[in-house]
Design a protein around this ligand. Structure first.
Ligand code: V47
Length: 395
């Protein structure tokens, strides 16, 4: 059992004074929060009380353990016909900077990192209907051939929907073929905000919330784990965010297939929504904390360091987050949209960032098996990452 960090803290008293008494009672009892509770958490001015509540849950589940992985991203094409207004990465053929890697070029990216202890490739890209089904299978096979031990986490629900379309087969038939070619799990992108209003205004050509969730359901039923996300800090309302979280939570009750929730901070630069300022660091901490508290059935919350300044990601480890993502190597989606973080960090830097935040670094693989641990007693190498109590269970 993982000890809680601040057993003497009068969290209930602090929450009472912040007007969050009834929410805190549920959090301390391990009870599910309602949509109204979610709205109250977003509206509170007492960010630190919100953070303490989220930290309580984070430490109840994981103690001080904080996960990272040694990974590399490959964005195999930026060709895209979805024309999302928030996206600075997409290109049409012939536009400046448009590209599509051949499977062999993607494999070269993998071979370039053979000297590093990479365990995962994260492959997401644009959606381009002229790319044939065989390309996706070849891409998976080429990456696997370049590094047979690598776990391929690839294709958002939106890409999978497109792959099934070009395959001219139901996704249920396509998924086993992708798995046979090397697919190991699915990333969390493409969900945006499930609100139909937001979809009509910003990403109307992409999957609706129901379609995204239904695709995730099929992915989980095929035996694959996935992540889930929410793109926040643009035109969405608090109620729309709560609705999004609640719908993720309901699907997780049904399938148990989500490993990690990642709030994606909107980056406005070079997009059609460049006039929208995007979230502040305080907004990012709030988003992570509310996610930790509402998503009582999803084991991990990721502060994806690429999206936020590194000190914010470190602070987030006390606002509900227990994962910071990985070494990344090369990232296009956020850097095209103005991210100023580095693109590549070394494994040793991730370890140091986590230690500097007062937490215990644990290297995991994609499915949260422990690869290396700064505390092998609490997180034994080769074992699944410990989640100390049943996720929604009472303390
Ligand atoms: O689907 C695009 C989002 C997603 C912008 O599963 C933007 O571990 C903010 O899937 N500002 C792709 N967000 C990223 C993604 C991801 C990232 C990190 C970890 C994981 C994981 C998955 O990025 C897209 C879209 O939702 N996005 N443009 C933008 N300007």
């Amino acid at each position: 059992m993982i000890a809680e960090r601040s057993p003497c803290l009068d969290l209930q008293g602090l929450a009472n004074r912040a007007g969050l008494g009834s929410v805190a009672r549920k959090v301390l009892a391990g009870e599910r929060l309602s949509r109204e509770d979610g709205v109250a958490l977003y509206r509170t001015e007492h960010l630190h009380v919100l953070g303490l509540l989220a930290n309580h849950v984070r430490e109840r589940l994981h103690g001080d353990l904080t996960y990272f992985n040694v990974n590399q991203h490959v964005n195999y094409t930026n060709l895209c016909n979805k024309l999302c207004r928030f996206c600075a990465f997409q290109r049409l053929p012939g536009q400046d900077g448009a590209y599509q890697m051949t499977p062999e070029q993607a494999a070269t990216k993998i071979r370039e990192q053979l000297g590093e202890p990479v365990t995962e490739v994260h492959m997401v890209a644009g959606v381009w209907p002229k790319i044939p089904y065989e390309y996706y299978l070849e891409l998976l096979r080429a990456v696997k051939a370049a590094r047979p031990s690598i776990h391929i986490k690839a294709f958002t629900m939106v890409e999978l929907d497109q792959i099934a379309k070009v395959a001219k087969k139901p996704l249920e038939e396509v998924l086993p073929e992708l798995i046979a070619a090397g697919l190991g799990s699915v990333p969390g992108g493409g969900a945006e905000v499930f609100s139909e209003r937001v979809r009509q205004e910003t990403y109307h050509l992409k999957l609706s919330g129901d379609q995204w969730l239904d695709t995730a359901r099929k992915v989980h039923r095929a035996g694959l784990k996935s992540n889930c996300t929410m793109l926040h800090g643009h035109i969405e309302t608090i109620e729309e965010r709560v609705d999004h979280l609640d719908r993720l939570r309901l699907l997780q009750d049904e399938t148990g297939g989500f490993q990690t929730y990642i709030p994606l901070s909107f980056h406005p630069d070079n997009s059609e929504m460049a006039d929208v300022p995007g979230p502040t660091a305080v907004d990012e901490l709030r988003e992570l904390a509310v996610g930790r508290l509402m998503l009582d059935n999803i084991p991990h919350i990721k502060a994806y360091w690429i999206l936020m300044d590194v000190p914010v990601a470190q602070t987030a480890l006390s606002y509900g987050a227990d994962d910071v993502d990985g070494t990344v190597v090369e990232e296009r989606i956020y850097h095209d949209a103005g991210a100023t973080t580095p693109q590549h960090v070394r494994r040793s830097e991730l370890v140091q960032w986590i230690r500097d935040a007062g937490r215990i670094p644990v290297e995991r693989d994609t499915l949260y098996k422990v690869v290396w641990s700064a505390d092998p007693m609490r997180a034994p190498v080769g074992q699944p990452a410990p989640v100390s109590r049943s996720l929604a269970g009472a303390s």
